[in-house]
Design a protein around this ligand. Structure first.
Ligand code: SF4
Length: 473
């Protein structure tokens, strides 16, 4: 998942219960988790590092970035920021790296910290607030043996086959040529600037040593022994199913019989689905797959350049029939391009049978609202288009959806649960649209669309006619 998106969530377990005792700033993550950026720099967690800023990143004492390329996990755990955050938490202080969690909690939204407290303390006896107090030194250091890594969030570089309109070269190397030709000869990745060069054949490549880091890293060779008690491994790319080195990690876990105790979690575009990974996945305790589509058919393929929706639908069918314990849901990034097409996407999800294997909390779609680049956010749209988006959802709810529920769901509780989930999605979309008037950015939106359409030989008027008409394109 791109970190410039904000999950729209309203399924708030009672925060007051989670934070009833102890101190409110404590979070298990700095004691139990490990995370990397796309370029392999260690960081506190994805939440601390949201929006691709330098916040939350680990550095050595001389301020050089702490990279998985040459630093094993066991050493990274006592990086300067980790020690600082632990001490702040034990003293009931809110560290600035944790601002996103604090903001979410202030707004009554379930924060990553709240989920971590719930998950770690309910399902694992390996970590508790009291243990953190007892076994953390006065400088914030921990012994790697006292606090084994339970949870890992790996970003495996920017190798990807898609060039989504809302993405950038730091997340996908498929963007290199277009970025070089239309935007800039460099881009930011974590705390580094990456330069692009074009060779005589017109091929654009990067100056970075880090974006393709996993295969040649110390992390890869030490991971297995450094993380003997892993419960959960989240794997993100680029596109993780194209990054074959990660299959070697999975194979090690299968061969050592550790796979059956581990939950895998993916964010994938599902344009590829190698048999090799299907063979490995069936050995894991559970495989959670959030797969990204930003609409159906030509809507998706226009936004996610390089994707073929028919192929994604085929892969989904294969996945639904594959042996193994899966939880599969659709991740939908809400933005200006697709806000008029939410209902069509939900209808496709229902008709494809995808809702059957999904946790009710993730039913139909898990929506993230795009914040960056700001000119592509749904909030830039004029009032007339926002009103149309809300009306389309209301008509869908009262029309096709209600008919489907009445005809197919005989259990009244199940029918109500579907209606409630759709209501939540409609509220999320409406709240996001009403939260901010970003229409002053509409000229930038137009300019960006025209530049991309020209370069790609595409046309918003043909791909998204309803949006084009509403915007008088
Ligand atoms: S409080 Fe939030 S930002 Fe801080 S470590 Fe925990 S999850 Fe990460």
């Amino acid at each position: 998942m791109s970190e410039s998106k904000e999950k729209l969530s309203s399924q708030a377990p009672a925060l007051s219960v989670l934070f009833a005792s102890e101190n409110r700033s404590w979070c298990p993550v700095p004691w139990a988790s490990c995370s990397t950026t796309t370029s392999g720099q260690y960081r506190l967690c994805v939440q601390a590092n949201t929006d691709r800023l330098s916040r939350g990143l680990f550095s050595h004492d001389d301020s050089a970035p702490m990279m998985a390329l040459d630093t094993p996990v066991s050493k990274a755990r006592n990086g300067g920021l980790a020690k600082e955050v632990r001490l702040a938490m034990l003293n009931n202080l809110q560290h600035s790296a944790c601002v996103r969690c604090r903001q979410d909690e202030d707004a009554g939204i379930v924060s990553r910290r709240a989920l971590a407290r719930l998950n770690y303390t309910s399902f694992s006896n390996k970590i508790s607030f009291n243990k953190c107090v007892e076994k953390t030194t006065a400088t914030g250091e921990i012994d790697h043996q006292d606090f084994p890594i339970l949870d890992m969030d790996l970003r495996l570089g920017n190798r990807c086959n898609l060039k989504c309109r809302s993405c950038s070269p730091s997340e996908s190397n498929a963007w290199y040529g277009e970025w070089y030709d239309t935007i800039s000869k460099k881009f930011n990745s974590g705390s580094s600037v990456v330069h692009l060069t074009k060779d005589d054949m017109g091929r654009v490549s990067d100056s970075s040593q880090g974006l393709d880091w996993i295969g040649k890293s110390i992390f890869r060779t030490t991971f297995f022994e450094d993380c003997p008690e892993l419960d959960r491994l989240a794997i993100v790319g680029g596109e993780p199913l194209l990054i074959s080195e990660h299959f070697d990690i999975l194979k090690d876990l299968v061969d050592s019989k550790r796979a059956q105790g581990i939950i895998l979690e993916y964010n994938t575009n599902l344009t590829v689905l190698p048999q090799k990974v299907l063979d490995l996945w069936q050995h894991f305790k559970e495989v959670k797959i959030g797969y990204s589509i930003d609409g159906v058919w030509q809507v998706n393929d226009y936004i996610r350049s390089g994707a073929q929706f028919s192929k994604i639908a085929r892969n989904l069918k294969t996945l639904q029939q594959a042996p193994g314990n899966f939880d599969i849901w659709v991740t939908f990034t809400l933005m200006a391009f697709n806000v008029l097409y939410v209902s069509e996407t939900i209808q496709w999800v229902i008709e494809s049978g995808l809702h059957k294997k999904v946790h009710p909390m993730n039913r139909f779609l898990v929506i993230h609202a795009l914040r960056n680049p700001a000119e592509l956010s749904a909030q830039v749209l004029p009032e007339k288009t926002k009103t149309l988006a809300k009306k389309k959802l209301k008509d869908f709810k009262e029309g096709w959806f209600e008919t489907y529920v009445k005809e197919h769901l005989l259990d009244p509780n199940e029918a109500d649960s579907w209606r409630q989930r759709l209501d939540i999605i409609i509220q999320m979309v409406s709240r996001h649209l009403e939260q901010e008037d970003g229409s002053h950015r509409l000229p930038q939106f137009r300019e960006r669309v025209q530049t991309m359409d020209r370069y790609r030989g595409e046309d918003l008027r043909q791909a998204l006619p309803e949006l084009a008409q509403s915007l008088s394109f």
